[in-house]
Write a protein that binds this ligand. Structure first.
Ligand SMILES: NC(=O)c1ccc[n+]([C@@H]2O[C@H](COP(=O)([O-])OP(=O)(O)OC[C@H]3O[C@@H](n4cnc5c(N)ncnc54)[C@H](O)[C@@H]3O)[C@@H](O)[C@H]2O)c1
Length: 389
């Protein structure tokens, strides 16, 4: 797949030029009355998404993505939803996450392979597509590894705004890998968290996080264990990666009024919270059919009481009702958040004139003449098409 390094601003010119070429190529074909719809797909590479974050600012991107996610959660019933499809192996999972409303369809490809960092690969890698529902035309193809970290942190913040005590200032952050800076900074910018208390079984991951948080205004305390990090925290974020039924947080660590943002338990057989923590708490989820299989509540009976986050945001179900409630956001990551993130990226790229046009779909003057793509500019079949095998 080759990308023409063309800014979006030049996309329509490029499309017109390619339509003209196609018209020449099919000179002998019957003329069509209408100009063909451009099929160029906008491509956002990692570099482009980095540029968007640098130009808009990280805080603005987190705020923007959170607003987009909140807006879509408030339109919950407009969406055709399904639990993601996971292909599991002994090493991890590869998942496809589709969703649509009347206008947009999106999907994300994402993996989860906790041992990957040992061979120099990220645990989580992703890309995705935003498409027009009316025609099926792919509109945008984007990197989503960086974007997943942004959207997950923004979703955690949206949930915590509804569920955590408003006076929360200290957050424990257990698991200091790829997602951790994004979580720390989303809670700093969107919740007013002033101090993070860090623990990871890998001290190098914590050292990396400390270095990356320098100059952000967040106070940082490195702890030697999860119980030490959690002690005195208002919010506890668990964002560990281990293909195991782990119990990172046990009932003894929990204090009244805590909000738990449980991000890392997101796959069958991969959990972070002791079942008694869930029993002691009010539990909030994205999409129950997915979370009951993948989330920390996979431990619990099928009728274990949960509240859907969208209902809290819409005001139809209560979030935190008392200062001493223990609340859990059992986050697994839902396709809706990726659609929201893709919408945000598309709009930001358009605003900043960033992105490339990708020749992903054949651009044809006559859409029925797909074979014409193989012909040369004179409309003749090259020798290679005539050769008999
Ligand atoms: N809910 C969501 O929407 C969502 C989105 C993205 C990632 N995730 C999940 O978040 C987790 C973290 O992702 P990442 O990209 O940061 O992975 P990562 O591999 O970069 O980092 C995970 C960190 O957890 C640490 N860890 C493992 N076991 C631990 C333990 N018992 N105590 C403390 N630390 C421990 C590891 O040493 C590592 O530094 C993964 O499980 C991933 O699947 C969830």
């Amino acid at each position: 797949m080759t990308a023409r390094l063309t800014p979006i601003a030049a996309a329509s010119a490029a499309s017109a030029a390619s339509a003209a070429t196609a018209a020449t190529a099919t000179r002998d074909a019957p003329a069509i009355a209408r100009a063909p719809t451009p099929v160029g797909v906008t491509y956002l590479s990692v570099d482009t998404v980095v540029e968007i974050v640098r130009r808009k600012g990280l805080a603005a991107c987190l705020h923007g993505m959170a607003a987009s996610i909140r807006e879509d959660f408030l339109r919950w019933n407009d969406f055709d939803k399904s639990a993601r499809v996971g292909n599991h192996s002994a090493h991890g999972v590869i998942e496809l996450m589709p969703i649509s409303d009347a206008t947009h369809y999106s999907f994300k490809y994402v993996n989860g392979h906790p041992a990957n960092p040992r061979i120099g690969l990220p645990t989580v890698m992703a890309f995705g597509v935003l498409a027009d529902v009316a025609t099926g035309r792919p509109q945008l193809l984007s990197e989503l590894t960086l974007t997943t970290a942004l959207r997950t942190a923004a979703t955690s913040a949206v949930a915590a705004q509804a569920l955590a005590r408003p006076d929360s200032r200290v957050m424990a952050l257990i698991g200091n890998g790829a997602q951790s800076e994004f979580q720390a900074l989303a809670f700093h910018h969107l919740l007013g968290i002033e101090e993070v208390r860090l623990f990871d079984v890998d001290p190098q991951a914590t050292a990396k996080l400390v270095a990356n948080l320098q100059g952000t205004g967040l106070g940082v305390t490195v702890c030697v264990s999860t119980p030490e990090a959690v002690r005195g925290a208002d919010i506890v974020t668990t964002v560990t990666a281990d293909k195991a039924r782990a119990t990172i947080i046990t009932p003894a660590m929990i204090a009244p009024g805590m909000h738990l943002n449980a991000v890392g338990g997101d796959c069958p057989g991969k959990t972070e919270l002791h079942p008694d923590v869930l029993r002691a708490a009010r539990v909030f989820v994205e999409y129950p059919p997915q979370t009951r299989v993948e989330g920390d509540i996979q431990h619990m009976p099928a009728d274990f009481a949960v509240t859907e986050l969208w209902q809290v945001l819409a005001g139809t179900q209560p979030g935190r009702t008392r200062a001493d409630d223990i609340t859990v956001f059992d986050s697994v990551g839902f396709a809706l958040e990726d659609l929201s993130a893709l919408r945000f990226l598309r709009d930001a790229a358009t605003e900043l004139g960033l992105g490339e046009t990708l020749a992903l779909i054949p651009d044809m003057a006559d859409p029925k003449n797909l074979f014409g793509c193989l012909l040369n500019h004179a409309g003749a079949a090259p020798q290679s098409l005539r050769r008999v095998a």
